[in-house]
Design a protein around this ligand. Structure first.
Ligand SMILES: [Zn+2]
Length: 177
């Protein structure tokens, strides 16, 4: 029987990188405190990390998918330099105020759980043993709709929240086995 693994789902803006409003330019990229070390900690414990991010700036026409991908490549390179790894990234390009009607409605924009559920299915993840770390109530809502535990990050060292999350995952594993 295939056993499903726990994972950590991370919001991007305001959790991994500083959020100054629709960040997408490389020169504006900066890690939140200890974010790269926090990601390394999860990697060291063999817990896959996924990014789950609303990028409504695409739907609003502020930047395009190519710019977002360049931003991600830049971020992933710095995470790798610090010894960490991101397994996959899910993004929602939609926004309810998009000028393009087909970009307005979707099942992925948080607080909807679509991105978490999709990643979980594609990567054999057990959401019930997993954690979503985010800085907004919509992240916590998405977590609860997906059936995973939400951890609210309220600034300061991301390492503190990450280590609690990793401890929680270890405790759940102990209870089950
Ligand atoms: Zn969407």
């Amino acid at each position: 029987m295939l056993s499903l693994r726990p994972a950590i789902f991370l919001d991007r803006d305001g959790v991994i990188n500083v959020d100054h409003g629709y960040p997408h330019k490389l020169e504006h990229f900066a890690f939140m405190p200890d974010a790269e070390t926090a990601i390394k900690h999860a990697h060291d414990k063999n817990i896959p990390i996924f990014i789950v991010t609303n990028q409504g700036g695409i739907g609003l026409g502020y930047f395009d998918i190519t710019a977002m991908r360049q931003f991600h490549d830049h971020m992933l390179a710095q995470i790798a330099d610090a010894g960490g790894h991101i397994t996959d990234i899910a993004y929602c390009p939609h926004h309810p105020k998009s000028a393009d009607p087909v970009m307005r409605d979707c099942d992925c924009r948080k607080p909807k759980p679509g991105m978490i559920l999709d990643l979980a299915q594609r990567h054999q993840i057990d959401v019930s043993k997993s954690i979503m770390i985010g800085d907004r109530p919509t992240d916590m809502e998405a977590a609860s709709s997906a059936g995973c535990q939400g951890f609210l990050y309220q600034g300061g060292s991301l390492l503190t929240v990450m280590d609690s999350a990793l401890q929680h995952i270890a405790n759940v594993a102990k209870t089950i086995s």
